[in-house]
Design a protein around this ligand. Sequence first.
Ligand code: AHR
Length: 859
Amino acid sequence: MKKIALLFTLFIGQYCFAGNEPDSVYLFIYGTTKNGGRDGLHAAWSRDKQQWFLIGDEFSYVRSDYGRWGSEKRMMNPCIIKGPDNVWHCVWGLNERELVFAHAASADLVYWGRQSYPPVNKGTNCLRPVLRYDEKAGHYVITYTDAAGKYYQVTTKDFKTYSAASEVAAGEYVDQHISVNLPNGHATGQIYRVAWPVADKLVKTYELKQYRNSKDYETTAQDAQRFAGLKPVDAKIVLTPENAKPISNVLTGVFFEDINYAADGGLYAELIQNRDFEYALSDREGHDKSWNSTYAWSLKGDNTTFAIDSVAPVHINNLHYAVLETKAPGAALVNTGFDGIPVKKGELYDFSLFAKQSEGKSTKLQVRLVSDKAGLLAQANLSIAGANWKTIKTVLTVTADAEDARLELQPLSPTRVALDMISLFPQKTFKNRKNGLRADLAQAVADIHPRFIRFPGGCVAHGDGLGNIYRWKNTIGPLEARKPLRNLWGYHQSVGLGYFEYFRYCEDIGAEPLPVLAAGVPCQNSATGGGGQQGGIPMNEMDAYVQDMLDLIEWANGDIKTKWGKVRAEAGHPKPFNLKYIGIGNEDLITDVFEERFTMIFNAIKAKHPEITVIGTVGPTYEGTDYEEGWEIASKLQVPVVDEHYYQPPGWFINNQDYYDRYDRSKSKVYLGEYAAHLPGRPNNLETALAEALYLTTLERNGDVVHMASYAPLLAKEGHTQWNPNLIYFNNTIVKTTVGYQVQKLYGMNAGTEYLPNSINVSNNQDAVKKRIACSVVRDSLSKDVIIKIVNLLPVPVNTEIDVKNMVAAGAQAIKTVLQGSSTADKMAMPVESTITIPEKFTNELPAYSFTVIRVKAK
Ligand code: AHR
């Protein structure tokens, strides 16, 4: 803290106060058109309205959260006044298209509450809104203009309900924007005389942010300088097992989102891409003309046509199908899979399709797997007969290994056939499940020993606009009846990997299922339906939406005599899945729209299913409006657990190890649902992995507050990655785990049920040194093993001394695992295991930049 105080003094000194702060100053609050108007609200101050001091280089105190990242989130012509309630109210324009403006309020100009986007009902659009308070009428007046040059007004007492708009004369529009000559050019905004502490708080907020940024962006690249001359360090670890605290038994898990081709083309073992001909231009918002029903399909040969039809589909949810019209046999319909079809010699593949023959005659269809390199790999002839859709199946045995196989379907006589749901599945899936998962990938995830799996997202769960919300009921039942969905990461979800498959996978690996459902609002960055803000499911549809959630619980846990329990049983799982957790919402923008819907869902689940733990949401980062407002709702409703997310530089994780130490133990518990250390370039390397390992020691220490945690995202297919870093990369045949994966696995394999507090006495007193050594000691109640995890993020070895007397038998055996690399940029570092004997007091050298796990065996 001392450092911060020094920084402030220096900064204010720059304004030549020489200790004499003014009682009051002029404050200029303004927005700019820079960066498309996305930079938010800035402030400058002056003693005389002549010489202005910018606060920061146009530091932003609040930014608009309306619409899409990148293109929207504009704050145009902000207009701010102080209301009779002593609160600052700000309105601003959002775009040139819609009849909507924005409002936010703040008591101190620093912390801004939730934003609202009131719609107006007159004009062609809503431009340059200005705000005033009409004392006589006792309400606020917002006057705006439109592209047609007309003027309109709405009034409000509380910024929650508004009058209808009425057209007013041009004279009613009093532009309160004043142009000021700032050191970096002209800007328009409002000037107010304020007490110095008001301006001072703005200055200090900026300075604190600067200071924190300097800590957050500490990387090992500066270590040579930061730790110049540092000698190996001694660290004495003192345990106080008498103060043992329980740790959640589901602390570490995984978060599976269908991002980066994690599902189709990834974990879901289907080998045919676009098997249902449902890819659509809209999946990629029209940017890719080839992304349509024919994607991944082509016709090879002559005298045949290939068309897409939708007149008489297999199922209404699966409208499109292929029609092959063959005049003379020879041509084939070809599918190239997801970057080729990988097959293995001697293995069996289930081939199936839906087909009908339009003239009702019968015809033969030859199915072939062919590779340019390995030639013909498998072949079978199928009979298609009748004018109604029928499923046809065969098993193909492959004669050689290939990574580049393609599927060819060739009519063997002149015909007109319709084909759909053309599927090729390896029989060797994870646990040999039908419609199952790719075995090696599923195993790699299972090897982490996740105690839970959160699915299906992330953003995928709440979707891009109301129509894109992931609806669990559309993802169960026969594959041809499931409803495919645009994936907001720019591709397509067949939902072949649907709720049933997710639950079954959780059961197969002993992980608790944690489905996440939208809180009645889509992603805060939604743009569909007019490019606007998240909106919400209309209130008159919310009962049905809430019922869907209650139905999910019945589907997962209900007796087979219940409506939805029966559906589960018919799908092959009469035994309940024993669902315990439901996530509602995903880092949503916390607005009134959100709160109303979340509250409704939460109360309904609590009333009908008190046995289910609902996990709420508190925004996309570790602080700020959504975080504060989300926590406020959680406290008000007593939501048992809230989902926090933060992707931060390694320096943040190093410098915020006390983040949960500071949490109020009486409030909601935390699920840290998404986190990862991000370096420039977004690698997953030893540095990021060690920062995560170090932070995980703090989660174990706070196992009474942090109930669950999962790194994000989990999977990424090479060549189809929208987000980095991820935990596991893969292509069609190889699974490439990362250093971060090794950390997650070490924690998963060495979880404890009890935390044994420790303190570390470091021989070097520098804060930066002490912060880079972290230790967590836990005991597993089942095996009684004591597990010591120690991270050394220093460039020098650390010699530790640990006294484990009375905790483990003298001479106990231990498995020591050390994760270190060639440098902090190492992306290939792998843990190395050895067996050691543990005396009562033992010393251990931690290599520079390493993570060590010592599992002392009870037996
Ligand atoms: O993990 C990737 C994305 O990050 C998730 O979909 C979203 O919740 C977060 O913004």
